[in-house]
Design a protein around this ligand. Structure first.
Ligand SMILES: [Zn+2]
Length: 384
């Protein structure tokens, strides 16, 4: 029985991302974003992703007809009569604190960090990264039977990998206001199609996760220039503050804000602790994974961070999501344990959920059948 399982996820910004230093609340925004203290590189704190994921996982559970207490979406005591239940998948996955007891989260989120950062250059967009960022993300290159670190560019130069689709004129490229020369010694000595990340001792090629439009336009810059390039190419806009009470513009309330641009590629890890190690006998890791990934799937539609209503924050999350069949297997094992421990109330909840999923699927099957019938009316016997 494994104590924990680590899963890697990538995320692509579909909108500019603004994570104000005040957290993920929507409302009056402050104009700076969260940064790594040591490097000044913007990031999304793990707590932000976790908080948003919790809300969306709750939303998904509601959508599936599960009866979950709304206080569980927050996980904290609201009043004497309004406390998180401490038993549902939201409480177990993300942790909870009641008056009588509390428990840590089974899913632990790392910070979400920039892997490839888009910059507009004279030859179109390129995605910038550096050896330090790749190393922190655990990305190496397969060379024959060994795996090696990605090469470092010389001072004030950049590397264009082999198989890259970009061709800088006169071997120079502008990254915003910064002009660099191509590193002739090290260019072509690395190939992004051989970049790999090892997950649970299995290797995962980056090209299977990151779109080719991005991977074929990567440029590697020196570590000491990465933060400067990122910070001088953030989106900075001016907007009008809206008074939330009146819904009108506040007088003289122009403010500027910065955001991580659309197209930025991030990475983050989630560590899934085995609930059985915490005395939760009827839970297992796959049930936790399903709850988190249900939440992550909503990031693409509902977004993270502030200013969601201004077209900000949508993130497409990419990872090896748990197949539905494996979730059903885990649910079956959970039912067996619950039966042994005669926890009738919990069994009833699962039955209610299964009935909900079944009736939704039946409706889908009906809809598809009627579509098939329509096609067959137009083109007889076309669809079987
Ligand atoms: Zn709960």
């Amino acid at each position: 029985m494994k104590a924990f399982e680590l899963k890697r996820y990538y995320a692509i910004a579909l909108d500019p991302i603004h994570i104000g230093t005040g957290g993920y609340r929507i409302g009056r925004v402050d104009n700076t974003i969260v940064r790594e203290p040591a490097t000044g590189i913007p990031k999304i704190p793990g707590t932000t992703i976790e908080g948003v994921c919790r809300s969306y996982a709750f939303l998904k559970a509601m959508e599936e007809g599960k009866s979950i207490n709304p206080v569980c979406a927050k996980g904290k005591v609201k009043s004497e009569s309004e406390q998180p239940c401490g038993k549902c998948e939201i409480c177990v996955t993300f942790g909870f604190s009641r008056k009588d007891r509390s428990m840590q989260a089974m899913a632990l989120f790392s910070d979400t960090r920039i892997l490839f950062f888009p910059v507009a250059t004279m030859i179109g967009p390129v995605w910038v990264t550096c050896p330090m960022v790749l190393k922190d993300a655990g990305i190496k290159e397969i060379k024959g039977s060994s795996k090696e670190d990605i090469p470092k560019p010389n001072n004030n130069t950049f590397i264009v990998p082999e198989s890259s689709k970009i061709n800088p004129p006169e071997e120079k490229l502008n990254f915003g206001w910064l002009l660099l020369t191509q590193d002739k010694d090290n260019s072509k000595k690395t190939d992004t199609s051989k970049w790999v990340y090892y997950e649970n001792s299995k290797q995962e090629m980056l090209k299977d996760k990151i779109p080719d439009e991005i991977l074929s336009r990567i440029v590697i810059v020196p570590d000491n220039l990465f933060s400067t390039i990122v910070n001088s190419n953030l989106e900075v806009r001016t907007s009008v503050a809206i008074d939330p009470e009146r819904g009108a513009a506040e007088e003289g309330a122009l403010f500027t804000y910065e955001a991580i641009p659309r197209g930025t590629v991030f990475w983050f890890d989630v560590t899934y602790q085995n609930p059985k190690h915490f005395g939760l006998n009827d839970w297992e890791t796959n049930l936790i994974i399903k709850t988190v990934e249900d939440g992550l799937r909503y990031f693409e539609f509902l977004g993270v961070g502030g200013m969601g209503s201004r077209g900000f924050g949508r993130l497409e999350v990419i990872g090896n999501f748990l197949p539905f069949e494996e979730y059903i297997d885990a649910l079956e094992r959970r039912l067996e344990t619950l039966q042994k421990e005669t926890k009738k109330e919990e069994i009833e909840k699962i039955c209610e959920y299964l009935r909900g999923v079944k009736s939704k699927m039946e409706k889908d099957v009906k809809d598809i059948q009627s579509l098939i019938d329509k096609v067959n009316k137009i083109f007889p016997k076309f669809c079987r």
